[in-house]
Design a protein around this ligand. Structure first.
Ligand code: NAP
Length: 482
């Protein structure tokens, strides 16, 4: 059985303590590989490799850095089938999702930040007769990146690409649940000619490896994507050390559908925004608010469409619903469905675990689930479920829709469906969210800021925001006469 190891200083290495853990395919419930399970000792080795590489990488001419990053993007594109298959086995997601969206986006992350690196400009201010004052944006040296399991390579590279484009070297940790494509990225970086030590990957649990990265006193910057609970813990450690952190956390996203919207488009897209990747995307809508005049029709049409979503073996190109990431997560999602019933909700579609035939008989599958009849303030509507479960609630007025949508501790993304331009602008401006989509979902320009407000996080990724995050501004003032 294959073992995936840490990638440190350009080489694959087992853990210093010899520890390993199982890698499970969520679509079968079976172990298919093992993973090196590290701790602080491996993080120290990775840090040293990153530190040794830092000066050389910072001084590498921009054009050369860009060419290497573009080569990484090209190799990812060439290996899309191989990487998509690896992502599918690791996460239980449909192959169509891995191949159509996630692996191409990992390539795009490198291509985009390779190009962005040459677009950086620094401010300069002329002080007439006295001086010129300008601002350098310098890399930090070694930075830490920690990513979750839901979009493994996509989110891993969304951090690493801007970090290295800005001239830093990296110690990174993917989720222990989905470590394989990150590990394969190591080989790709070697093939592309990335100098050894620029990217180092340490595997293991969050508390053992993730926290050792965050606590490392010479790693000055932490980019984290994951749950709000872990994000708060990391924020606490970073505060003690006055360390800079970007925290991309959970969500409880609202979808508001007005009676004046393009009904068919709203219906079709809301199926996708609810159940893509089994609802395990931080940007998925989980609370759907529908205006009274179309409420009954929408609930009925939505239920009909959702029942037709094809669940099955993730390797089938026709499969739209794959497995949940783990048995523990499946049980958590099922427990929320039970809670919704206790809170007075009616499960109008789904609600159960699904037992598929072999080879998926041990897999972690849940029916796409729709719940109506709940109050906006109940726990089901306030806490992040992160699975294929949505609630639908009616509203009367625009003002009420905005109030309901904002009644949550989270503020990551929202979707508004309306054909009225004035309404779209007004509502978008009032929603407590870092991202608002109007008449679309998941349409992203990588130049734009990405992140949430309230309990959904602190800081922004994407475009110039990411480059700013990974660089320290230094002001230099040069006097003319002295
Ligand atoms: P998680 O449990 O918070 O874990 C995220 C990452 O942090 C994993 O690599 C995890 O390692 C590591 N980790 C866990 N405990 C740690 C600690 N004490 N110190 C340092 N690192 C630690 O989140 P998840 O379950 O993987 O991901 C789902 C969550 O991510 C959801 O809440 C979702 O909304 C959120 N998310 C947010 C965004 C966004 O952009 N806002 C995007 C995607 C997902 P192990 O897994 O190996 O323990």
């Amino acid at each position: 059985m294959k073992q995936y190891n840490h990638f440190i200083g350009g080489e694959y290495k087992p853990s210093v303590n010899g520890g390993t853990m199982d890698i499970i395919n969520p679509a079968t419930g079976k172990k298919y590989a093992t993973l090196a399970s590290g701790d602080e000792a491996d993080v120290k080795l990775a840090f040293q490799a990153a530190k040794d590489a830092a000066e050389g990488w910072t001084k590498t001419p921009l054009a050369k850095r860009q060419a290497i990053m573009q080569r990484i993007a090209t190799i990812i594109e060439e290996k899309v089938d191989f990487l998509a298959e690896a992502e599918m086995l690791d996460s239980g997601k449909p192959i169509s999702h891995a191949k159509g969206l996630e692996i191409p986006r990992a390539a795009a992350n490198f291509a985009f930040f390779a190009a962005a690196a040459s677009q950086l400009s620094s401010e300069s201010h002329y002080m007439p007769g006295e001086a010129i004052s300008y601002t350098l944006r310098q890399p930090y040296g070694v930075v830490g990146c920690i990513s979750p399991w839901n979009l493994p390579l996509y989110l891993f590279t969304w951090k690493i690409a801007p970090a290295i484009a800005a001239g830093n070297t990296v110690v990174a940790k993917p989720s222990e649940l989905t470590p394989v494509t990150a590990t394969l990225l190591g080989e790709i970086c070697n093939e592309a000619g990335l100098p050894v030590g620029v990217l180092n990957i340490v595997h293991g649990t969050g508390p053992d490896v993730g926290e050792a990265i965050v606590r490392h006193e010479e790693i000055k910057v932490i980019s984290f994507t994951g749950s709000t609970a872990v994000g708060k813990r990391i924020a606490g450690i970073c505060a003690e050390q006055l360390k800079k952190a970007s925290l991309e956390l959970g969500g409880k996203n609202a979808v508001i559908i007005f009676g004046d919207s393009d009904y068919d488009d709203a219906l079709k897209t809301t199926v996708r925004s609810s159940f893509s990747n089994q609802g395990q995307i931080c940007l998925c809508g989980s609370r759907i608010f529908v205006q009274w005049d179309i409420y009954d029709r929408f609930v009925s049409d939505f239920a009909e469409r959702v029942q037709k979503l094809k669940m099955g073996d993730p390797s089938d190109p026709e499969t739209k619903m794959g497995a949940m990431i783990s048995e523990g997560h499946m049980k958590k999602v099922l427990s929320y469905i039970e809670l919704a019933k206790q809170e007075g909700g009616e499960v109008i579609v789904g609600g159960n675990q699904v037992h598929l035939p072999a080879p998926n008989d041990g897999g972690y599958f849940i029916e796409p689930t729709i719940i109506t009849g709940l109050d906006q303030n109940c726990r089901t509507n306030q806490e992040e479920i992160f699975g294929p479960v949505v609630t639908i609630m009616p509203f009367q007025t625009e003002e009420e829709a905005v109030t309901l949508a904002n009644q949550t501790p989270y503020g990551l993304a929202s979707v508004v469906w309306s054909d009225r331009l004035d309404r779209a602008h007004r509502v978008a401006g009032q929603l407590h969210a870092g991202i608002v989509w109007v008449n679309c979902w998941l349409l992203r320009d990588l130049r734009t800021p990405f992140g949430g407000v309230k309990q959904s996080g602190m800081g922004r990724e994407g475009g110039w925001e990411a480059i700013r995050f990974f660089t320290e501004p230094k002001n230099v003032t040069i006097k003319y006469d002295h």
